[in-house]
Design a binder for this molecule. Sequence first.
Ligand code: PLP
Length: 366
Amino acid sequence: MNSPKPRPGILDIAPYVAGTSSIKGQTEVIKLSSNEGAFGPSPKAVKALQEMAASAHRYPDGNSANVRQAIAEIYNLNAEQIVCGAGSDELISLLCQAYGGPGDEILYSRHGFLMYEISARAVGATPVSAPETNLTADVDHVLSCVTDKTRILFLANPNNPTGTYLSHSEMHRLRKNLRSDIILVIDAAYAEFVERNDYQAGADLVDLGDNTVMTRTFSKIYALGGLRLGWAYCPPSICGILNRIRGPFNVGSQAMICGEAAVNDLAFTKKCKDHNDTWLTWTAVELRKLGLFVPENSVGNFVLVRFPETPGKTAADADAFLQNHNIIIRRLEGYGLADCLRITIGLEHEMRAVIKNLRLFMGKNS
Ligand SMILES: *Cc1c(COP(=O)(O)O)cnc(C)c1O
């Protein structure tokens, strides 16, 4: 008897392992494993969600018109060039479906976001990862990995889980030296958190031609990960392609209405950003005081921290220690960073608790 078999490549996918969300037997945990937003969603988004519960029988607007318009106004972009998706994960997957397949290569940097590899394999394309330098994407290494078969280059800027970023001029150099038939996808999931003179999210690169896409999400600064909303800013030709292959109702009404409320709540967004600025800096400084390595340019709403190889002091040991104190952070074996942990920036008392416990773990009492 023959059993159904998936297409070649599918069984090579290591299923995505999300950040742990609970500890057995514990109800009060500090969850800093998924970069979800310290304050939760904007109260205006919460109110909008409550108000629409009774209309859940209505199909959503298949064009996501209102939320695209709201995004366009806040980010100063053309709404016609925005495509919404069920999280930016869906847009990553749609781009692979549209432009990649068996025999094609999809490129990303070594410690890039896991969905690039998964989405490449899902369409039968070959994932290729380029070496990084100092836990940062390296334009020359990336370019040297391009072959005749390369179709898409995914680059998270800033990158998750390393927290590092490439400057505006490096991104321009990359685009300039990348073959024009290769799509550069700039995944700017954390752009709202970044404040660096040499950083830009990438819309200007999209506007330069017909081969660059910028993806964004409502799961990070807007803290709506549970609703699934992301968007891509694309050249008109790529918009047309994504609109052909996406589901007609790929984004739910709740996601759209809450997304619109969230993006328009500028005061709340600023509060989240200011909080992150303060506690990201504080956390990185405190971790370094413990003798732990944190990449110099950490700019998301999380920090990567590297632990020693010394038995009893490893990342796995630190994770176990924190879990014993009801703190959940992110292990990174899946990213090839088994000696590191990723810690989301949460509320003040949560960050103080992490540092207090890591101080104990490292045996520093000062
Ligand atoms: C969280 C994250 C996303 C996914 O966001 P969704 O919109 O929730 O699918 C995409 N890229 C990076 C780099 C992320 O960290």
